[in-house]
Design a protein around this ligand. Structure first.
Ligand code: DI6
Ligand code: FE
Length: 400
């Protein structure tokens, strides 16, 4: 038997489509039927059919959709604290990468780790995000750069979603870095595409990602990966214009990508292209902060063109060892000047869209009852606090 009940005594930030700002409903009631939201509105308007259900009063707290971290690399071996120290001594992220540090050093640690060890190290990261009211986590491969390790990472990602009450969405990211000593074209055409076929055949791939950058792959190489993704019926997304402008954002738009991520060096023309293709700009202020980047993404151009903006932690051992989605929201406001309403849309409605999910990210009838109840009254408080976790209760699929 499914459990039906009514949540009352809440201010609801519904983040409903088309609503300006938060889509706030004061003195709200939410009817939960099984795993879904059946009704939301002012308590005074609760239809009589629901009057007999059990009620849970939350004392005037704020309720929002559960948060969504739409960009993480939480499955990885080792850490890069040494590199952090190098950067503090003046080395740039690119210099560290070219000196054999960077992504390829995490590749060595991830190849060496067993599936069980990778799972054990990733679970506390999942728990940290869940503790902040997160209901969906995107997890990328990309620290294997060989067929076996890419598959291992994606199997661990899938296992995270079985071990914890959270939805995991995977992205295949073998086009993340050029393996030491390899030729980029040969790597793409042999290793990366073969790994994609194999991982897809095992049902491990929800989307296909790449790193389009001077220190990684160019647009022609990424296009070959995207062509194969499309042939397999898989959506694409891209790390684009993070460190320089080489055309990744326009490429992502051309392929109708779900998202273009980082986009610090994107131009107003890129914003127009993203708007036309309906691609989400995913902002990752944790990486911007960690690598001392000074070029902020063109937020005003995204606004002017109506490009939906999402926010992720980019939780990874190199450029963004950031384990807090709430801090990512704060950083997006302080570093990129998003409004707190844009920041909350960025970790709910627009983050769902960046993952191609249509059943979460808002409080609306028919959507999953993935919700977060907070010890705050004003939704701006979620972005305003620094290192503060005001979560009261997380509800996942109707269950708390
Ligand atoms: N850009 C990033 O910020 C992460 N991946 C990428 O393509 C960094 C990954 C790392 O440094 O390990
Ligand atoms: Fe990333």
């Amino acid at each position: 038997m499914t459990h039906h009940h009514v949540i009352t005594g809440v201010t609801a930030a519904t983040m409903a489509q088309g609503s300006a700002g938060y889509g706030l409903v004061e003195n709200a009631a939410l009817v939960i039927e099984g795993q879904s939201i059946a009704w939301v509105g002012p308590l005074a308007d609760l239809p009589p059919a629901y009057h007999g259900l059990d009620r849970q009063d939350h004392g005037g707290r704020l309720i929002t959709p559960a948060l969504i971290d739409c960009h993480t690399h939480i499955v990885h071996g080792g850490n890069r604290a040494r590199e952090f120290e190098m950067r503090l001594n003046g080395a740039s992220y690119e210099e560290v990468a070219r000196a054999g540090g960077g992504i390829v050093s995490t590749v060595a640690a991830t190849r060496a780790a067993s599936e069980a060890a990778l799972l054990a190290s990733a679970l506390p990261r999942v728990d940290a995000l869940i503790a902040q009211g997160t209901g969906v986590i995107e997890v990328k491969s990309g620290y294997g750069l060989d067929l076996g390790t890419e598959m291992k990472m994606l199997r661990v990602a899938r296992a995270l979603g079985r071990k914890r009450p959270v939805r995991v969405v995977t992205s295949f990211l073998a086009a993340h870095a050029i393996p030491a000593g390899a030729d980029a074209d040969i790597y793409i055409d042999t290793v990366c595409l073969a790994a994609l076929e194999a991982a897809h055949a095992e049902g491990l791939v929800d989307a296909v990602d790449g790193f389009c950058e001077g220190i990684a792959f160019d647009t022609a190489q990424i296009a070959r990966v995207f062509d194969r993704a499309q042939a397999l019926g898989l959506p694409v997304k891209l790390h684009a214009e993070q460190l320089s402008h080489i055309g990744g954002t326009a490429l992502a738009a051309r392929y109708g990508a779900l998202s273009a991520d980082h986009v610090e060096y994107a131009t107003p023309a890129d914003a127009a292209a993203l708007a036309a293709s309906g691609t989400v700009a995913v902002l990752l202020p944790g990486a911007y902060y960690t690598i001392h980047e000074t070029q902020a993404p063109p937020v005003q151009a995204f606004r002017d063109h109506g490009v939906p903006m999402a926010i992720g932690t980019d939780w990874n051992p190199g450029s963004s060892p950031l384990g807090s989605i709430l801090l990512a929201m704060n950083m997006a406001c302080t570093l990129f000047r998003l409004t707190p309403a844009e920041a909350l849309a960025g970790t709910t409605r627009n983050a769902a869209r960046a993952l191609g999910l249509t059943d979460c990210g808002m409080i609306a009838p028919g959507l999953r009852a993935d919700l977060a109840i907070w010890n705050v009254r004003d939704p701006a408080e979620l972005s305003y606090g620094i290192g503060i976790n005001p979560l009261h209760t997380r509800i996942f699929g109707g269950a708390s």
